[in-house]
Design a protein around this ligand. Sequence first.
Ligand SMILES: [Cu+2]
Length: 119
Amino acid sequence: MAQKSRLGVFALRPGISVWVLPLIAALALAAALARAASPARAEVHISNFTFEPRTLTVPVGATVTWVNRDDELHTVTSGAFTSPALDTDESFSFHFDAPGTYVYRCAIHPQMTGTIVVQ
Ligand SMILES: [Cu+2]
């Protein structure tokens, strides 16, 4: 009887690891691939006098595009980049080659601020 239950334990444990280890490996691989593939492009929407998302984190090499969804003119202005005044549905893109924290604002409405974190 004792032998049987010991066998049961041995049978169960490899059974679990056979399923769990490849699953963990697959999830880790998927996460790594997602990290490697997620970079390229991201969007910030300007609406209701707000940059959304207000803080965006992207990898080095990403291109961020701001799209103005307001009926007001807005700009995307920082030390590193400056857009022209964007009318409704117009957009502006910037390619981030260097890591850092880029704080920007709208030159017309300076209370509108946003941050791009490049890492
Ligand atoms: Cu504005």
